[in-house]
Write a protein that binds this ligand. Structure first.
Ligand code: FBP
Length: 254
């Protein structure tokens, strides 16, 4: 899953998480994004089971599948909780190479997500599948979800829960992020992309997190909303795998 200990994963579960606002007439077609995953030789493609099941002929055996096992929509303004929607067994049937699960750390419902994930982690490991936890501090008790110590807490929780990777946000604190990544111990840290931004800012952040010790990215909108998705993919790879500087990676987009 992580060649040389590093990886670049493409996420397309935003249709459930955010709804149509993230898409246009081109990107709403799952095939458009699946094609980017295949053409861009991503190390993994993150899907909910619905798209994984219905579109398998477009990606299976071409790009490794990571099935997201839980999720929520953005409509219900309640305590953050993403319920389990897919079993580990179903992910195995879909030929997944890893499974993903979101935990909203600090949510009044975190205990339910801990319990659900704990079972998933044990079952996934019995099948030989690694687990990736989207670990997002969120809810009424979290004043600042991007504070360095809160992110470090989240990273450490991922390790303690037995996640093989955690997927986290970056807060722009290049020095502090080393502490976040150290806190994760042997659990690898993958960084989320966030809303679409300009390529120079994105690549600068990617370089910073890689220098802090991150294992790579699990990114969505900044790739498939980009007008040249394969060019931005190459630029990301140049930094992640080639340790290139931002200026050099940017040349791959122009
Ligand atoms: P992006 O790179 O598009 O931000 O995708 C990463 C991701 O973790 C998705 O897997 C998920 O749908 C989304 O972000 C969740 O974002 P949030 O919970 O912040 O709305």
């Amino acid at each position: 899953m992580l060649p040389e200990g590093k990886g670049l994963f493409l996420a397309m579960d935003q249709g459930l998480e955010h709804g149509p606002k993230d898409f246009n007439l081109k990107t709403i077609d799952p095939f458009y994004v699946l094609d980017i995953a295949v053409q861009g030789s991503f190390n993994g493609l993150i899907l909910q089971k619905g798209i994984a099941e219905k579109y398998h002929e477009h990606y299976r055996y071409k790009v490794p599948l990571i099935v997201k096992l839980n999720g929520k929509s953005s409509l219900a303004k309640i305590d953050p909780y993403a319920s389990q929607l897919c079993s580990v067994k179903k992910a195995v049937d879909l030929k997944a190479k890893a499974v993903g699960y979101t935990i909203y750390l600090g949510s009044p419902l975190e205990h339910q997500m801990f319990r659900e994930f704990s079972k998933i982690q044990e079952e996934a490991h019995e099948y030989g599948l690694p687990t990736i936890v989207w670990i997002y501090p969120r809810g009424p008790f979290i004043k600042n979800d991007l504070e360095t110590d809160i992110l470090a807490y989240a990273a450490r929780v991922g390790l303690e829960l037995g996640a093989d990777c955690v997927k986290m946000k970056y807060n722009g604190d290049a020095e502090g992020y080393k502490w976040v990544i150290k806190s994760a111990g042997k659990t690898k840290v993958l960084v989320a992309g966030g809303e679409k931004t300009d390529p120079a800012s994105l690549l600068k952040e990617v370089r910073e997190v890689m220098q802090a010790g991150a294992a790579g990215l699990a990114i969505g909108r900044n790739v498939w909303q980009h007008e040249k998705p394969l060019a931005i993919t190459n630029a990301l790879k140049a930094i992640i795998f080639g340790k290139k500087k931002v200026e050099d990676a940017l040349k791959l987009i122009k």
